[in-house]
Ligand binder design. Sequence first.
Ligand code: UD1
Ligand code: CA
Length: 482
Amino acid sequence: MSLDSAIILAAGEGTRMKSRRPKTLFTLGGRTFLNRVISAVGAANPKILSVVVRYGKDQVEAEALRAFPKAVIVEQDEIPGTGRAVQCAMSRLAGDIAAIDPRGDGSVLIAAGDMPLLDASTLSSLMDAHERSGAVATVLTTVLDSPFGYGRVVRGADGSVEKIVEERDATDAQRAIREVNTSVYVFQTSVLAQAIANLDSQNDQNEFYLTDAIEFAGNYGRVGAFAAPDPLAVEGVNDRVQLTRLAKAHNRRVCERWMREGVSILDPDTTWIDDDVRLARDVELLPNTFLRGRTVVGEGTVIGPDVELVDMKVGQDARIHRALMQNSVVGPRAEVGPFSYMRPGCVLGGGAKQGTCVEMKKSTIGDGTKVPHLSYIGDTTIGDHTNIGGGTITANYDGKHKNPTKIGSDVHIGVDNMLVAPVEVADGVTTGAGAVIRHYVHRGSLAYSENTQHEVRYWTPKSQRPASSRDNNEKDNKGGAR
Ligand code: UD1
Ligand code: CA
């Protein structure tokens, strides 16, 4: 079938979401509704893919172009309704369509932008059904147990579609129909152009309904319907309750797919996996784990409980326990957590450790190197097999610039050190407890900083001294350090 053009409707505000964000920019499985619909529609290879925008125009346009750089952006005018959106698109696209299909024999696919689980295979079945039947238009429908809120599909005696009636305009008998309009259609191009020409707003919402074009299309030939086998794939999201329900159902499927691929998931109810995440076999996910964005996890790695990974690359047989980690790389057999925060731009080497309550940012940690307790490591490069004592801080910010710290291999940084950047510590160095390192430390040296211990013997706190002896007492106690 020659699919000339596709029109994605994304101009509506999505009033029922009660948000400043346009509805099609809400996300499910880590991608916006609009991105998801555009990829499903784009897979059908339309020669022209257009997106109708109005509410939150700039944001919606930017998101559309991110997903599909060649998308034609059409602005809907102030007249509301799905029918008006298509009128605006068709008048904007008329010239482009005429150039590829002067007689209008090809097809137009229309899809609402608020159907996050719309998929390429549902669309290709719809287009097959349309082509096989020779219909002038085919509506993608689905059959629901509770069809409340949707447009009902009214079929004639011969099974063809007579019209679509919106819930609020329907009679009691029509409301009893369980087959509903999903807001996805294929039209013969020339028929669509004529069917939308005479839309009006004689309905309960005073909007131009695209659904009315179905009845008009009946004047040019048969209008068919194709019922989507999977109701989730065609559900349009109208409010946040529906979004949560749909996201949950989708996530359950994603978890089950990964379990069948060899991933153990102890509790799919509290494990959330974005669509673009990739997991190897024998990965084990413990409760409250969120794998987001383009996170990739290697074989045998155990993650959780209480972990959020965003755009992370994790090697095999690693162990991550109670951590938030963003846009970084973790080597094989590395250990992270509990209570660790890895900010973007880190590389943790093979068998390395980011231990308890450690924050890292833009740092490279060599193989076998350990940062086990209570540290901040920022803008730092550390070699292999180095140990960083508990409580060590890299002072990377001088109030104006972020400065680098470099620590070599086989270094032993004592506990509670402060490395004042920019600074470098060469290979094989040992530093004393509590050292403040401000200058280059040469290979193999011991570096420590003066930190004199004083002691005042037989000392009584001022508040406990008799008033008369206060002066004496102070004198007696002077110079007690021995
Ligand atoms: C629409 C259908 C209904 C169907 C339901 C499926 C109409 C009149 N009704 O109703 O039969 O059962 O979808 O979910 O078409 N939009 C625009 N411009 C506008 C208005 C809407 O581009 O002026 C876009 C929205 O951004 C959205 C889509 O069209 O992506 C659907 O709009 P929505 O208001 O959700 O339609 P429904 O009332 O759900
Ligand atoms: Ca809708």
